[in-house]
Design a binder for this molecule. Structure first.
Ligand SMILES: Nc1ncnc2c1ncn2[C@@H]1O[C@H](COP(=O)(O)OP(=O)(O)OP(=O)(O)O)[C@@H](O)[C@H]1O
Ligand SMILES: [Mg+2]
Length: 454
């Protein structure tokens, strides 16, 4: 009986031994069968064998004419997010019980006398569904393990990033995160913070490129009352706000020479002065910085201080652009689709093959942020079940010719252009021909060849 191993397990819960023998005989070709005549046997086998499908007679001892015992068993079978498919076997007069069992999560029902053919069909379908659900669950688990602190990625490039985060998180070293826009620089900084001993402290992010120079100084260092016109009250800066936590300086390359000097002093002395203040304030914050421009050029041009660079960039981490992350692109696309269709209660769950290809072909200059935004928009605007290239606004001008031979595509293109020109010039052949750069007779020949009527 070696081939039993590969068969799906079926548990028959039936107190009528004649019927259960008959079912076992009829189904043992296709399934590895277990039988139970009462609740305790049934649950014992269920627990040990974990069958994919179960048939359940609702009338079980001690009350074979009632349905109580059957419903109790059903309840237990369906506990704990079980994926087991239960098929109710019931007498003709008990259809309403069968329906209520389905309401509770049974998969289907069959009335006695049991027709084996019919049961086979229901079982096959049940097994199919259960397998899909199992696969789906396994897939979701795997997606879970592909995530690291909310970052998805299985590519070697991202595994390196995760490895770096693991290594540096527990140290106090400043880290410079370099990457194109939308590559996850801030997410990486947060991951480092969340894995550090400072995780209970604040994570304070400030975008140096988004705040005008005149405001940035007091934003970073705070100011004393009366420090400048409009400074009516004393205010603490963002650096102080990061006390015991992590300070994340985004777009560090945008910092003015004056602020570069002040920041350097803070890094050297762990001490700041508020604008208009005299007292040095000790601040215990770890500094992480990010830039999307190559600081090398700024260093050469003297726009960025070398000593500051060496302080901030003790460890430099490069975030790979999305187009270099291989299979991660589709992994991320699918994850975003799942997230946003759930969030927006949409049924859009998959991509058309054309959409998948368009995603792989696009160069993603805006990286993950761009991918996320395109998918978010597709889900919000679209009504179908599948995301198309057009939903993503990635439709290629060649998309309509896909799958055609060059000859067919050429003909389709000619037809489009001829019809377009005719429509634009309301059937005026001379002007339509001139727009396409051919003579009137050639235009006419073309119309004939394509079977276009004027
Ligand atoms: N590996 C990843 N897995 C899942 N989501 C990611 C990943 N990397 C980035 N994201 C998401 O992409 C978006 C952009 O990430 P983030 O803000 O960290 O990038 P950034 O490099 O700081 O971008 P910018 O240069 O525009 O400031 C965020 O919504 C973030 O959650
Ligand atoms: Mg950012």
């Amino acid at each position: 009986m070696t081939n039993q191993i590969n068969k799906d397990k079926l548990l028959i819960i039936e107190d009528d031994t004649e019927l259960s023998t008959q079912m076992k005989w009829g189904l043992s070709q296709a399934y590895q069968i277990f039988t139970a005549g009462d609740q305790s046997d049934a649950l014992e086998i269920y627990k040990n064998e974990n069958p994919l499908v179960v048939t359940l007679d609702l009338g079980l001892p001690p009350d074979p004419d009632g349905v109580e015992e059957g419903f109790r068993v059903l309840g237990t079978l369906l506990e704990n997010e079980s994926l087991t498919k239960v098929i109710i076997i019931t007498g003709r007069e008990e259809k309403e019980h069968a329906l209520s069992a389905i309401g509770q999560g049974a998969y289907d029902f069959l009335t006695k006398p049991v027709e084996l053919d019919e049961l086979q069909v229901i079982l096959r379908r049940a097994v199919h569904v259960a397998r899909l659900e199992l696969e789906n669950r396994a897939l979701q688990k795997r997606v879970g393990s592909e995530a690291f602190e909310e970052m998805l990625g299985t590519s070697p490039q991202m595994q390196n990033v995760f490895e770096m985060i693991r290594k540096v998180a527990t140290t106090e070293t400043p880290i410079l995160i370099v990457g194109e826009s939308g590559t996850g620089k801030e997410l990486t900084a947060r991951a480092i913070h969340n894995r550090s001993i400072r995780r209970e402290g604040p994570f304070v992010a400030i975008d140096c490129g988004a705040i005008p120079e005149t405001l940035l100084e007091s934003e970073l260092f705070g100011h004393e009352k009366g420090a400048f016109t409009g400074a009516h009250i004393q205010r603490k800066g963002r650096i102080e706000a990061a006390q015991t936590g992590t300070l994340f300086l985004d777009e560090i390359g945008e910092l003015s020479p004056n602020l570069q000097a002040k920041l350097l002093r803070f890094l050297q002395e762990q001490r700041i002065e508020r604008v208009g203040g005299r007292e040095g304030i000790l601040v215990d914050a770890r500094v992480l910085a990010a830039t999307n421009t190559d600081l090398d050029q700024a260093l050469k041009d003297g726009r960025f201080r070398e000593d500051l660079y060496y302080r901030l960039g003790v460890v430099v981490t490069l975030m790979p652009p999305l187009r270099e992350r291989g299979g991660d692109i589709l992994l991320l696309a699918k994850a975003f689709l799942q997230r946003y269709s759930a969030e927006n209660n949409k049924q859009m769950r998959t991509f058309t093959p054309q959409a998948l290809r368009a995603i792989e072909r696009h160069s993603w200059p805006g990286n993950i942020r761009e991918l996320e935004n395109r998918i978010k928009r597709a889900v919000i605007m679209g009504d179908g079940k599948k995301v198309t290239p057009a939903d993503l606004e990635l439709a290629s001008p060649y998309a309509k010719y896909e799958g055609q031979s060059l000859k067919e595509a050429r003909k389709a293109l000619e037809r489009d252009m001829v019809q377009g020109a005719l429509a634009r010039y309301r059937g005026n052949l001379t002007r339509a021909a001139s727009e396409l750069g051919i003579s009137r007779p050639s235009f006419y020949d073309l119309m004939e060849k394509l079977g276009i009527e004027k």
